[in-house]
Design a protein around this ligand. Structure first.
Ligand code: HEC
Ligand code: HEC
Length: 423
């Protein structure tokens, strides 16, 4: 009993006393029912278009899109590792500043990135392409990549207007992009030499590329887990929650919606309130521990040309979009806040937290147990207090988190398609 290993196959747990959920616990657990409508994205009219998703899936795995021809989105978002990777920081052309999050279930996101500096999938997809530590390419090179391939040119033209002729490299240099913080950068100078009309032509192509990748990412939904089976039992009035979870995982669920208060931030079907909090993480050797998190993220989003209410959005005046961006109010409480991540499908995505602080789920949960130091910047969320749980209680919560592993995705979504065109 004492050395309970916390895995769902633990025989000691199976023979232990049956767990019965109270009315209150059932009510709170039912709020995590997986029935969540896939949100529409009014900023991208191709969001749910199969042909766009096909082209986007091709580009997601396309190393020709990167500056060196070596990297693609799946360098870091590896399908076999829950669309994340296994290291604290990832490496492509350079090293990332933060831990790579999963792309699974990001269709439910409200904000993108740990600091929310993008408000749509397609805004997000464009940033790694031009980031010097990720794909290390630029919007002109991306447009030329499309033009060099007959299939990509055809796929593009079927979805959007015909791809403009980019062959005059005096007008459309092979490499150029705006570099706001370094006007002497040759890429910036090449960009500045273009006419505003030609710049706009390229921005349209580039944003459309992002919209196809977004259409693919929206299909990466992975929900059906043992936990969801338990919720169905609770919904049917069975207060033991059926057999899908071990007693240990069920006790973990009780702690999760009980004294752990986890459900207040990790709420709803994807176990996130989609907002930002400062949970007083300890310093990590790998990252800039003084990063301001959401405080910087809001400013960066305000300046982002790919915003959902910007020039390249398909419906910048949509009321839902206006409502969302009106939340971009800056305040001191945002210092050191990061986005509440989903807790689904965590088994393969270690290490955890925005800096990959903890190598195991046990250590990630144990953080809430101790929380022994104030954060480097900002203030800890006030209602977060050390839980002083026993090791067994922490293991119970981990067992519950493990029970959030969904059914595998359709294999066809996990690999590069042979063509950007629908079969
Ligand atoms: C070199 C590794 C690397 C590459 C290549 C890369 N990413 Fe990422 N990705 C990251 C990291 C690291 C973050 C988190 C960065 C942050 O929040 O500051 C991230 C964040 C994201 C997010 C946000 C998830 C969320 O919940 O907020 C999405 C979506 C995403 N990447 C998609 C892509 C796509 C699409 C591509 C290809 C165009 C790509 N990534 C290429 C490392 C990478
Ligand atoms: C105040 C809101 C809040 C509460 C309460 C809360 N969390 Fe979190 N959780 C977060 C935020 C924010 C992060 C990301 C922090 C970061 O990386 O800076 C996070 C990260 C995590 C992670 C890492 C996930 C990943 O992909 O890296 C786990 C696991 C986790 N929380 C579990 C729990 C558990 C279990 C509880 C209850 C004991 C709990 N959380 C309570 C806000 C909260």
């Amino acid at each position: 009993m004492l050395s309970a290993c916390g895995s769902s196959s633990d025989t000691a747990d199976k023979t232990g006393p049956a767990v019965v959920f109270s009315e209150l616990q059932m009510d709170r657990l039912l709020r995590h029912s997986k029935d969540e409508l896939v949100p529409v994205d009014p900023s991208n009219i191709h969001a749910d278009d199969e042909a766009a998703a096909q082209m986007g899936q091709f580009l997601f795995f396309d190393t020709q899109l990167s500056g060196s021809g070596e990297f693609s989105c799946d360098t870091c978002h590896q399908p076999e590792n829950g669309f994340a990777d296994t290291v604290p920081l990832s490496e492509a052309v350079g090293i990332t500043d933060r831990n790579t999050p999963t792309i699974l279930n990001t269709v439910y996101n409200r904000w993108f990135y740990w600091d929310g500096r993008c408000d749509t999938h397609w805004c997000q997809a464009l940033s790694p392409l031009e980031a010097t530590n990720e794909h290390g390419t630029n919007r002109l090179a991306v447009a030329h990549r499309i033009q060099r391939s007959d299939e990509l040119t055809e796929a593009y033209s079927l979805l959007f207007d015909d791809l403009p002729d980019l062959s005059d490299t005096d007008r459309f240099p092979l490499n150029a992009m705006p570099v706001e913080d370094n006007e002497d950068d040759p890429l910036h100078r090449a960009w500045s030499d273009m006419t505003p009309e030609d710049q706009d032509t390229i921005n349209i192509i580039f944003s459309n590329i992002g919209k196809t990748i977004a259409a693919y990412e929206r299909k990466l939904i992975r929900l059906d887990s043992p936990f969801d089976e338990m919720v169905l039992e609770l919904e049917a009035g069975n207060n033991t929650g059926g057999d899908a979870l071990s007693p240990s995982a069920k006790r973990g669920a009780q702690l999760f919606v009980g004294e752990g208060m986890c459900w207040t931030c990790h709420s709803g079907p994807t176990f996130t309130n989609k907002e930002f909090h400062n949970i007083a993480l300890p310093d990590s050797d790998d990252i800039d521990n003084a990063s301001l998190g959401r405080y910087d993220g809001i400013q960066s989003l305000r300046d982002n040309m790919w915003r959902s209410d910007g020039l390249y959005s398909d419906s910048p005046e949509n009321p839902a979009i206006i409502e969302k961006v009106s939340h971009l109010v800056l305040g001191p409480e945002q210092v050191g806040q990061f986005k509440t991540p989903s807790l689904r499908n965590l088994v393969k995505t270690a290490p955890y937290m925005h800096g990959g602080h903890f190598p195991t789920l046990f250590e990630a949960v144990d953080h809430y147990n101790k929380m022994d130091a104030p954060p480097r910047v900002g203030h800890r969320e006030e209602f977060l207090l050390p839980l002083f749980w026993s090791e067994e209680q922490v293991r119970d919560v981990v067992a519950m988190l493990v029970a959030l592993e969904g059914e595998p995705l359709d294999a066809s979504l996990m690999e590069a398609p042979s063509s950007p065109l629908l079969p």
